[in-house]
Design a protein around this ligand. Sequence first.
Ligand code: DX5
Ligand code: ZN
Length: 219
Amino acid sequence: MKLLAPSILSADGARLGAEIAAVEKAGADWIHVDVMDGRFVPNITLGPAMIAALRKTTGLPFDVHLMVEDPDRYIESFAAAGADYITVHVEAAGHLHRTLELIRKSGKKAGVSLNPATPLVSVEEIIADIDLLLIMSVNPGFGGQQFIAGSLSKIRRAAGMIAGLAQKPLLEVDGGVQLQNIASVAEAGADVLVAGAAVFGASDYAATIKALKAAANGT
Ligand code: DX5
Ligand code: ZN
């Protein structure tokens, strides 16, 4: 079963708690939370205090995607705030192995993300020790962008790398996932599909999530 993780970046910011409850009721599997620092990416979103407040609104796993420079500074705060998965960018962590140890020590699942231009080989040395590999299929920073077509081949190659491992991380894809392309993204090997605009831009969350999951699972 493929998992669907709505990204609250595209939700109504004035009603975030209600939006999370609505997608939970509509069949979401995880809640994808985008944290942006205005340095690693041009945009700024939310921090640990907001995540701690939102944590009370749902029992679903919080998939926290840190688009921040030097993420070591914040691992403890996001762990305490109630993140389940903490994903950092290869491009933002000077000592990635140490960062992953910090996440593990905080009792959370450790994820690593790659920008579209970053080659898969950059995770070769740590892929056996992570819980999640996140392939960005847009340049991070904003919701509602167009899926970069070349990402499909990268997802396939990532799935190939993972297939040879004893301990397999989940493969997640983030950016531009829509009803029209979710089947090919899932078929390429993604286990977790992030969808922001495709979910929160729709008027009927339940029907949209059902359609996205059916297309992803080929049912
Ligand atoms: C982009 C974020 C994504 C974003 C995806 O930097 O990491 O999670 O919310 O949004 P859509 O699905 O609208 O491309
Ligand atoms: Zn994201």
